[in-house]
Design a protein around this ligand. Structure first.
Ligand code: UD1
Ligand code: CA
Length: 459
């Protein structure tokens, strides 16, 4: 847009987070904080410059190659941070954005730039009017025009009463910004070079300063500590749910539903209360996600039903399958179309074929289970010998009896039967029956004989 450069400031210390992790890498609904301003900036700018502190490898990793990353070697304030970005900026208008204000909409940035260009201002400040302005820079006006910005810590008691605050988002005419920045002095409570002072410097020189109000005050919420992170996350969660509902997803109880920004869900899927869906998850259409389900980085095709309390991590479920209640799919589990995984079943690194059933109380690990296999209640794969993991293969149409123990490595051939309670240690050929358990002994009349023995006193 109009040769616009957006400079995002993310070199602050983030002291108030009390964290070993850089503030802008803290997750907000599944993405690092910095991803949100980056996304808005990319939508409107031709050029995006990110100012980071030294050794910010972690931050560099989450930023795309289309963003110019500049280091601010010494943390001397927001004005100094913008100066450090100068060589990466274009000659067009420059929009400055803090890295810790994630709810700003791209449309708001667009409005700010349009107003700035239309009025020919030297600087345009995005402001917000808030009930509790403590901590923010206040906008000082004279005769209605913006004269300067005073930081909370430098403000007089009277100035502290002003409710119009600086959001830290500004648009500058590049020709006016750089000379004014050179005039900024660190004569304030923190001894820093404040970008906010540019506004006063320009106004004193008679330049036109404009202000645009944010449409919703929440857009200006900054994340300086973990309480603010939680407050911003609550709002972002609501936005994610709104977006999904607008696209045709039924969310029965938005207040208890946590769905991250990274998740996609198809139309006519119904999400019950107390559901958590995180990471790179994709849910198809016409699915049902029962109460208490927790999904991480998992993919569900269309018409999948998760009964309550299923936990899925890095799992894939094909069309029409039914899971739960109470099942656990660990990473690299793949459930085929129309398969059924029932209660108290744990899958790990296993493929379950189409139409196969593992309905009750099973552990299936490192296994390939063919189509239409039936795994009886309590049957398990013994995949670990205390040293290494081994694989089990159950071919199409096989029937595994209740409580069987399948000691891997092992292949059960197509259509073979394993008797209930068997411990199977050798391959079973296709179509065979394998039974391995003690022979049943029946002693007629035993109970009565035992009772008689007990009644006879022994000395
Ligand atoms: C800043 C504004 C304040 C405004 C508020 C809105 C200044 C002096 N104050 O205050 O008027 O109301 O934002 O949220 O600008 N940063 C650097 N390098 C530095 C210092 C900061 O890159 O040397 C970055 C930070 O990472 C942050 C942004 O600049 O993303 C703002 O810095 P921060 O310390 O959070 O300023 P506030 O006290 O919030
Ligand atoms: Ca801040």
């Amino acid at each position: 847009m109009n040769g616009l450069t957006i400079v995002i400031l993310a070199a602050g210390e983030g002291k108030r987070m009390h964290s070993r992790q850089p503030k802008v890498l803290h997750p907000l609904c599944g993405r690092p904080l910095i991803a949100y301003p980056l996304r808005a900036a990319r939508t409107v700018a031709d050029r995006v410059v990110l100012v980071v502190p030294p050794n910010a490898e972690g931050v560099r990793r989450v930023v795309g190659a289309d963003v110019a990353v500049v280091e601010q070697r010494e943390r001397l304030g927001t004005g100094h941070a913008v100066l450090e970005a100068r060589s990466a900026c274009g000659a067009g208008p420059i929009l400055v954005l803090p890295g810790d204000v994630p709810l700003l909409a791209a449309a708001t940035l667009e409005r700010l730039v349009n107003h700035h260009l239309a009025t020919g201002a030297a600087a345009t400040v995005l402001t917000a009017t808030v009930d509790r302005p403590q901590g923010y820079g206040r906008v000082l006006r004279q005769g209605g025009r913006v004269k300067r910005i005073v930081e909370d810590r430098d403000a007089t008691d009277d100035q502290k009463k002003i409710q119009e605050i600086n959001t830290s988002v500004y648009c500058f005419d590049a020709r006016r910004l750089w000379p004014a920045l050179a005039e900024v002095r660190p004569d304030n409570d923190q001894g820093e070079y404040y970008l906010t002072d540019v506004v006063g410097i320009l106004a004193r020189a008679g330049a036109r300063i404009e202000a645009v109000a944010v449409p919703e005050a929440v857009e200006a919420l900054g994340v300086n500590d973990r309480k603010q992170l939680a407050a911003v996350a609550a709002i972002q969660r609501g936005r994610i749910l709104d977006r999904l509902m607008e696209a045709g997803v039924t969310i029965l109880d938005p207040a208890t539903t946590h769905i991250e920004d990274t998740v996609s869900i198809g139309a006519d899927t119904v999400v019950y209360p107390h559901v958590v869906i995180e990471g790179d998850s994709a849910i198809g259409s016409d699915c049902v996600i029962g109460s208490g389900c927790q999904l991480h980085a998992s993919r569900l095709a269309d018409r999948v039903t998760l009964k309550p309390y299923c936990v899925l991590s890095e799992a894939v479920v094909e069309e029409g399958a039914t899971l739960g209640p109470f099942c656990h799919l660990r990473p690299a589990s793949h459930v085929g179309a129309r398969a059924k995984i029932g209660n108290f079943v744990e899958l790990k690194k296993s493929r379950i074929g189409r139409g196969a059933k593992v309905p009750h109380l099973s552990y299936v690990g490192d296994a390939t289970v063919g189509a239409d296999v039936n795994v009886g209640a309590g049957a398990i794969t013994c995949n670990y010998d205390g040293v290494a993991k081994h694989e089990t293969k159950i071919e199409d149409g096989a029937f595994i009896g209740t409580n069987a123990s399948l000691v891997a490595p092992l292949t059960i051939g197509a259509g073979a039967y394993v008797g209930a309670g068997s411990t199977i240690t050798k391959d079973v050929p296709p179509g065979a029956l394998a039974v391995s358990r003690g022979q049943q002994i029946v002693k007629e009349g035993w109970a009565a004989r035992r009772a008689r023995r007990r009644a006879t006193p022994s000395d």
